[in-house]
Design a protein around this ligand. Structure first.
Ligand code: B12
Ligand code: SF4
Length: 676
């Protein structure tokens, strides 16, 4: 289908009329709504969380560009007001947008930003509902860009938007954003902007800017993103980047990057950055950027930290790993994708050699950088059994600190997607499922069920308590807490929410009134009946997860020298006398320890009494919460079997409840202060 058949011509003059403002007297308030849509879950509810984890860089990019247009007065007398909304953590104020668009002297435009394929269905529903209210809408991002870049015509889902008067923007807009805003203000938006063949030079372009409005809804409000470069020189067939952003790397000048970081740090207290470049190692300016960050640390005392994405052989670039670490890099995401060389060869990922995976990880680890690996399940030579074996090898031989598993999906914009479509293979028509955790295409060696089972099993095996303990046992103490927090987030996503961590925040919210077309809207009572058990389940499994994390901490925490000495002494005294030593014995232990370590403070008799009564140290004397867990299991059994006499041991219940409380508070204190 060509671009000529739009059913949109009639809607353009209507838009212009709606503006009610002539080009020559551009004055008034222009509300620019930058909206990052979420996606629907399998029950048709929008995925939204109380707190998110990773803020959207696409949103930060367009926010930076809009702020720049305002500061440079690129829209003349128009007062630009920007509203940044990430639907994964906020509701979209649809009524407010329509109202502002109608208000005298005002106009609004809704920009659906960074729309990925899995978010397209949700984005389309938002766009259509806003168009029904007469609001001008633009949609951009990887789905529309990928589809328009690789296919000559306009696909049906994009046509549906065009027919409703939505403007579709294919490509990057750093050099054209103010023109698009002007078109929107003047009511002259075109149906399609094809900017793919004219990518912007990023060297001096306005940098992404975190919006406080959006970031305060994230777990770490001092965390922001910046893409220092775009594009990647490699050839992976499942990848969209090379077709959408190109194989020639374009990059921001090191001065721009460091200035953006300095500004975010000074103005908003941002301390941690995610460099979202698909391959920071191949950014021609990477070395200069790292130098700039090192200088900023030394000369200005701005000690920011960052994580980045690199390829496997990047560890061989002379001096790169060490310099990254000095500049504040604490974590790298490395696309290993598979341990099967045939899979890598078929996908054109020729730069990956499985035999050097271990060396790459060791090199980063030596520089105190945590390695997170991307691993695809469902590449052509995978079987359910081979995936199991490969994941075991990943755990035992390669030993990454963290893994993100993805189900292979033909992402629009990738060579794989184009090939499947052109060869007529039946791929799933529901784009909402293109989130790397649904099966969307046939696999030659696995049924759908086997594939999904292999994917789930991979998560289960890698994030077993045993493997997490092994990993925390070998990470550098400086990144211990980062690793533990990431395990918590990942396990929360996998176990509590049953979703991919990169699509999950904390505490799922469900809006009864916003449901995917085709799903019935529930009444209040029916919704309550759904939500109540869900929330109880969530709370129960969150509590269980907290206990698992506590156990992980007890087994892996770094015990300081003083504590080791005291604990050894106490353990010796206590051997054979259970959990309640006498005050005099406790004091003797402290005194003996002090003889070896004069710096330790011997508590007063009163505090020792308290220590003894309350088993102050008891919770810390163990490297596991096994005995506590056993106690509660016994109590539950008694409760179930009506063994009342056992339940009346109130002193034991009180003591163990107290130990639980102390343990939990000790754990949280350690988590917050990042101390052992
Ligand atoms: C950082 C990142 C993440 C981060 C943060 C997400 C984010 N959006 O920032 C995390 C790790 C959470 C993540 C998760 C996922 N991601 Co991701 N991610 C990226 C990455 C590496 C960078 C994103 C970025 O900052 N790009 C730079 C921005 C500026 O590019 P852009 O969005 O295209 O925007 C430009 C233009 O498109 C245009 N534009 C965009 N929107 C609009 C709107 C209007 C109105 C206009 C005029 C213009 C316009 O202007 C922008 C500036 O020039 C990209 C790859 C890439 N190079 O982009 C993958 C990518 C976007 N992710 C992808 C995928 C599949 C996912 C996941 C589904 C995978 C998974 N299971 O984890 C999840 C989805 C989670 C989610 N809710 O977003 C795919 C999407 C492909 C597709 N066709 O859908 C990509 C392209 C990578 C790939 N594998 O091919 N991701
Ligand atoms: S190395 Fe990564 S970004 Fe580069 S082509 Fe391959 S998958 Fe895409």
């Amino acid at each position: 289908m060509g671009e000529t058949g739009f059913g949109t011509e009639g809607s353009r003059p209507r838009l212009a009329a709606l503006a009610g403002l002539k080009t020559e007297d551009r004055q008034g308030t222009f509300h620019v709504y930058l909206i990052k849509p979420s996606k629907y879950d399998d029950d048709g509810f929008v995925i939204r969380h109380w707190r998110g984890v990773v803020p959207s860089n696409s949103l930060a990019c367009l926010h930076g560009l809009t702020a720049d247009a305002r500061e440079r007065g690129l829209l003349g007398q128009v007062e630009l007001r920007t509203h940044v909304i990430d639907e994964s953590v906020s509701r979209i104020p649809l009524d407010e947008i329509a109202r502002r668009n109608r208000a005298a002297g005002c106009r609004a435009v809704a920009c659906l930003v960074g729309v990925q394929t899995n978010q397209f269905c949700r984005a389309a529903d938002i766009a259509l509902s806003l168009r029904r209210e007469g609001v001008p809408v633009m949609v951009g991002g990887f789905h529309v860009t990928g589809m328009l870049a690789l296919f000559p015509g306009v696909s049906p889902e994009i046509r549906q938007l065009l027919d409703a008067g939505v403007s579709v923007v294919a490509g990057e807009v750093e050099h054209r954003w103010h023109e698009l805003l002007r078109d929107a203000w003047e009511g002259k938006l075109q149906p399609i902007y094809r900017l793919i063949d004219d990518p912007p030079d990023l060297y001096d372009a306005a940098c992404p800017r975190a919006s406080r409005e959006a970031t305060r809804r994230f777990v770490n409000a001092n965390y922001a993103t910046i893409d220092c470069s775009r594009g990647c020189p490699f050839h992976c067939s499942f990848c969209t980047i090379i077709n959408v952003q190109g194989r020639r790397m374009r990059y921001r000048s090191p001065e721009c990057v460091t200035a953006a970081i300095r500004r975010a740090h000074r103005q908003s207290g941002i301390r941690i950055f995610f460099f979202t470049d698909d391959n920071f190692a191949r950014n021609p300016a990477s070395s200069d950027i790292l130098d700039g960050l090192i200088a900023m640390r030394r000369e200005e005392g701005i000690a920011t930290e960052f994580m980045m994405q690199v390829d496997v052989p990047a560890y061989r670039i002379p001096g790169f790993v060490e310099k990254a670490s000095q500049a504040g890099c604490f974590s790298v995401f490395v696309g290993m994708e598979s341990l099967n060389p045939q899979n890598l060869a078929d996908a054109g990922k020729v730069q990956n050699h499985t035999e050097e995976y271990g060396a790459a990880i060791r090199a980063w680890r030596k520089a105190r950088v945590r390695v997170q690996v991307g691993y695809i399940i469902g590449l052509p030579h995978d079987t359910e059994e081979s995936v199991g074996t490969d994941v075991e090898r990943l755990i035992r031989e390669v030993q990454p600190d963290q893994v993100s598993f993805f189900m292979m999906i033909p992402l629009p914009g990738s060579e794989d997607h184009k090939r499947l479509v052109e060869s007529g293979v039946a791929i799933d028509p529901d784009y909402n499922k293109y989130d790397s955790c649904h099966e969307t295409m046939p696999h030659a060696r696995m049924s759908g069920e086997e594939w999904t089972a292999a994917y789930r099993d991979a998560w289960r095996r890698f994030y077993s308590l045993e493997n997490m303990k092994a990993i925390l046992g070998r990470v550098d103490p400086s990144i211990y807490w980062d690793a533990l927090r990431n395990f918590w987030w990942y396990k929360y996503a996998i176990v509590v929410e049953g979703a991919h961590p990169m699509l999950t925040g904390f505490f799922r919210l469900k809006d009864r009134t916003t449901r995917r077309p085709g799903f019935a809207r529930e009444g209040r009572v029916a919704h309550l009946r759904r939500r109540l058990p869900e929330v109880l389940r969530l709370l129960r499994s969150s509590a269980r997860l907290m206990l698992e994390m506590e156990e992980l901490w007890l087994a892996t925490r770094r015990v300081g020298e003083t504590e080791t000495l005291v604990l050894e002494e106490l353990a010796r005294i206590r051997s054979g006398m259970g959990w309640r030593p006498r005050v005099s014995e406790l004091r003797a232990a402290y005194l003996r320890t002090k003889a070896q370590m004069p710096s330790i403070k011997v508590p007063s008799r009163l505090s020792l009494l308290w220590e003894q009564v309350a088993l102050f140290r008891a919770s810390q004397l163990c490297d596991s919460r096994r005995d506590l867990a056993r106690f509660w299991v016994r109590m539950r059994w008694r409760l179930r079997h009506g063994r009342i006499e056992g339940l009346l041991r109130l002193d034991q219940i009180a003591v163990n409840a107290y130990r639980e409380l102390r343990l939990a508070s000790g754990f949280f204190m350690a988590l917050v202060t990042q101390a052992d």
